[in-house]
Design a binder for this molecule. Structure first.
Ligand code: G4P
Length: 543
């Protein structure tokens, strides 16, 4: 009996540990338009976590050394990050996983998929530019998932747009309510600091001197006599006016709405000068939740259950060219992962051993022994995993909801130059598509003769060409096509596909799953085709 109670006690401890470990995890993505300051903000987060000693150690676009993701030659050549990476660090007893999304304009479908693995998103906006194109695209995916979105309006140390206008823009362009948590006092040369609406404390900002990056700040209550001395009468009066306006006009803070992704808490600051960053991080960590439950075909999977489960959201090829190896990145959704674990690969219909698990810790990749729900791990993939696959340990063999196929925006017809290499060409292009780097389509009525490739970012065309040459020894010619819009037919069984009345610049194709699609040159044609074919449903993603 004594022996049993001993075991029981140990199990209790393990379970409590498991709960504690999962509870302290926060997994979020950072989204922004290039140059808004995503890298700088991430860097500052890592500094607070003590994960790096010096600012500037996170991959810099301009530095030749890519500390985190130097996996592909092409990245180094171009000096940009093609792949998204994941960083983990500890802060204030939280274990934080940041999912970074490629900062360059030529982002790929991976960027979208990364958002599938996050429980919330931080949206960085340049205060002088407002809502920009790439932010809109990424934001739409967050909305589709109903995840909480936190806004950091950056670069307040530079001349910025009026903060009311910035909030209005977020509301009107993105369709989400805003609730400023703090409020800026001036901007640029006249940036005086931020006011915390909850504590009524002004943190003053002193412009950096002599290239110094960190600035001294003072915290003063809005009623403090010293405030005028710090910010001047004009800014004090303006602040009081703004606060009254805000209290009357802005949406009230409501955690349920934040959780549903319909209201975004807004923070102002300056990542470069490290002003307002820690406050933001603290509020953010308090407001976000630990790993969220996920839907599966067997119902909702609770992250705190003991059984391990995960889904693959990204496959990274070419980690080691000599071996043509691949790493499958998965988001752990429940339980604990232990190195060498044997789990059900649900889509593959068999058990697999997850070997060489790795995690990215700030600036290095390292082999890990264990990980918990909320974490992202990369495991060696001998070529069996596909995007969206489920790995799990329960008896149910459930599958998580799949990852949608996002609409490519660039298309090209692909031909191999040496026709004798047809076999390698087909094999290579199929494998690259299976990894999710590109999407392949065929002419509607013919076989595999004509291959049309669709990508989210044009850089993926270069990646395809480079990889076919270096890994499969196949040279290709890409002929870009004028289409920019793709629509999957939402009700193919109700529509006579041969009778769709199109426009002259529309193209009918099918994907690898034989689903019919239409390609368009502009949005006007889409409207036209919908008008001409009553009852036709067109979707911009396929489930
Ligand atoms: P990204 O990852 O979103 O693409 O942006 P990143 O952090 O690389 O920042 C882009 C540029 O903006 C960087 O300048 C960076 O120093 C600057 N920056 C970021 N946050 C702030 C801020 O709060 N205030 C000011 N004034 N600047 C900020 P850079 O590397 O010199 O490039 P560039 O300015 O020549 O483009």
């Amino acid at each position: 009996m004594e022996q049993f109670s001993h075991i029981y006690e140990n199990e209790e401890i393990t379970l409590a540990n498991l709960n504690e470990e999962i509870k302290r995890r926060r997994t979020f993505a950072i989204i922004s338009h290039p140059d808004a300051g995503k890298t700088t903000l991430t860097e500052k987060f890592l500094l607070y976590g003590g994960a790096i000693n010096l600012a500037g150690s996170v991959k810099g676009k301009k530095t030749a050394k890519h500390a985190v993701s130097d996996w592909m030659e092409i990245e180094k050549e171009r000096g940009i990050s093609v792949t998204s990476s994941v960083l983990q660090f500890n802060y204030d007893n939280y274990c934080i996983n940041i999912l970074d999304t490629p900062g360059h304009e030529d982002f790929s479908e991976d960027t979208y998929r990364t958002l599938m693995a996050a429980d919330s998103a931080v949206m960085v906006i340049d205060g002088s530019k407002g809502v920009e194109k790439q932010t809109i695209k990424l934001f739409k995916v967050c909305v589709m998932r109903h995840i909480p979105i936190f806004t950091f309006i950056n670069k307040m140390d530079r001349d910025a747009n009026d903060p009311f206008e910035l909030c209005d823009e977020i509301e009107s362009i993105l369709g989400i309510k805003t609730c400023p948590i703090n409020w800026p006092i001036g901007s640029g040369k006249e940036f005086k600091g931020v006011y915390d609406r909850n504590t009524k404390i002004v943190s003053t900002f002193t412009a950096a001197m002599n290239g110094q990056k960190e600035v001294a700040e003072r915290d003063l209550h809005i009623d403090s006599d010293e405030l005028i001395g710090e910010i001047g009468t004009h800014f004090k009066d303006k602040l009081i006016e703004d606060v009254e306006l805000l209290d009357g006009a802005s949406a009230e803070f409501n955690m349920d709405e934040v959780n549903a992704g319909t209201l975004t808490p807004v923070f102002f600051g300056s990542a470069l000068t490290n002003f307002g960053v820690e406050t933001f991080l603290k509020h953010f960590l308090k407001m976000t939740s630990s790993p969220l439950p996920r839907n599966s075909n067997e119902g909702i999977i609770d992250p705190f259950t003991e059984d391990f489960s995960a889904f693959v959201f990204k496959i990274q090829a070419n980690m080691n060219k000599a071996h043509r190896d691949r790493i499958a990145f998965m988001r752990i959704c429940s339980g604990k992962f232990e190195s060498g674990m044997e789990v059900n690969h649900v889509q593959g219909g068999r058990k697999v051993k997850l070997s060489q698990p790795q995690q990215l810790m700030a600036d290095e990749r390292k082999i890990i022994e264990e990980a918990y729900a909320g974490d992202i791990i990369g495991v060696f993939d001998p070529g069996i995993f596909s995007i969206g696959d489920t790995l799990e340990l329960s008896n149910k063999k459930f599958a998580f909801e799949g990852i949608p196929t996002f609409a490519p925006e660039h298309f090209a017809r692909v031909r191999q130059i040496d026709t004798m290499k047809r076999k390698q060409f087909i094999k290579g292009i199929n494998q690259i598509a299976q990894e999710g780097a590109i999407q392949i389509f065929q002419e509607y009525n013919t076989g595999m003769e004509e291959i049309i490739v669709g990508v989210v970012g044009v850089l993926q065309f270069d990646v395809l060409k480079y990889r076919l040459e270096s890994e499969y020894n196949v040279e290709i010619r890409l002929e870009t096509l004028p289409y920019e819009y793709i629509r999957w037919i939402g009700n193919p069984t109700e529509i006579d596909l041969d009778r769709i009345v199109g426009t002259s610049d529309m193209k009918k194709i099918k994907d690898l799953k034989d689903r019919p699609l239409l390609l368009f040159v502009n949005e006007w044609s889409i409207g036209m085709v919908l008008d001409r074919n009553k009852g036709l449903i067109l979707n911009d993603f396929a489930k």
